[in-house]
Design a protein around this ligand. Sequence first.
Ligand SMILES: Nc1ncnc2c1ncn2[C@@H]1O[C@H](COP(=O)(O)OP(=O)(O)OP(=O)(O)O)[C@@H](O)[C@H]1O
Ligand SMILES: [Mg+2]
Length: 389
Amino acid sequence: MSLAEQKAVVAHTADVFEPAVADGDIVTKAAKAVLKESSERGGGIQMMNVDKIYPGSPDKALDDFNLDIKPGEMVVLLGGSGCGKSTALRSLAGLEDIQAGRILVGGQDVTATPVNKREMAMVFQSYSLFPHMTALQNVEFGLEVRGVSKAERRRIAGEKLELVGLSDQANKYTQQMSGGQQQRVALARALAVHPRVLLLDEPLSALDAKVRVQLRDEIRRIQLETGTTTVFVTHDQEEALAVADRIGVMNHGRIEQIAAPKTLYQRPETEYVATFIGLTNRLPGVSNGDEAVVFGQRVPLIDGSRAGGNVTVLVRPESLTLSGQSHVGEPGRVEAVHFLGALARVDVAVALGERLRVTVQLPANELPAGLAVGSDVVVAPRPVAALAV
Ligand SMILES: Nc1ncnc2c1ncn2[C@@H]1O[C@H](COP(=O)(O)OP(=O)(O)OP(=O)(O)O)[C@@H](O)[C@H]1O
Ligand SMILES: [Mg+2]
């Protein structure tokens, strides 16, 4: 998206401006008011059977895409490059025309509503701030184009800068700010127009690791405080797990599974989801439908697992045990030991027909005494539900 296009989005995200709650015990009061309002306004989102085909492209960028978001919820769209995350967000914002399907916000059909009437605000990967303006002026911009009085917009902009922790930087030019600070300004600017829906397209990907973590936690705090219905796009699974109420894992233009982070991690419904989120071992097993025998031990199977016979069971590293000597499990030899502070990860080569390398994760204080590269060990699965494919 060009800078001009981004400016247009920033300028026209909402036609109806409703000032946020003023002083008092700011946080709680504002949060309550906004939450109440967001459910009154029914600020949820429904995207139903949406197809998006870019001109000249043989493939659908969105293919029967469905997404249902509750008011005040933070949904993260996660997936590899090119799976359609940005397209889903842009279609929701009205920046892309769609070829099939419907989009509802707060129960109202906005499929044919232009971008400037959808009352959404977007934050992009690149900060897209106006460099010749101060932080305060940047935040005021969206309010100015809506004709909010000078005193009022100064008050709101100040409040939003405080929310993102930049009160003391209000009069600094944005080109003199760090990447993290600039992205805070962009966030404050988006929130200033009091959007029904906040859209974040990889807002942290241009930042270094430490700032990313700080800012993602802050985005989540602010989102909870303001109760803004939010869609956050990332290809970083850790980021997704950390901030989301629910994560939608996208593949080939549709959501393959959408669930709370814990559910997605513990009960992935497809191989793509299981391998996209977290580490997983692919272990040979024999299934009877409800459970599989892996390394001589029984492992319960998740719904949607491949039915019977020889299967591959996707077992998380922490769902494996390691012992120096045991009569249950599969013998193997330690190939690497990685200490991760409280946890340790051990790579073990087991001799199962073909050589198979498995990764076991356990609390560091449960490592067998004297364990080192070359040690003989026995690996066995815990009775934790897993997906068979
Ligand atoms: N303007 C465009 N014209 C034609 N094809 C496009 C356009 N924008 C995106 N696409 C294609 O649509 C598909 C989805 O792209 P999209 O940008 O939504 O992916 P993404 O999941 O956001 O990827 P990334 O993680 O790399 O940002 C891709 O195959 C991409 O090449
Ligand atoms: Mg993208």
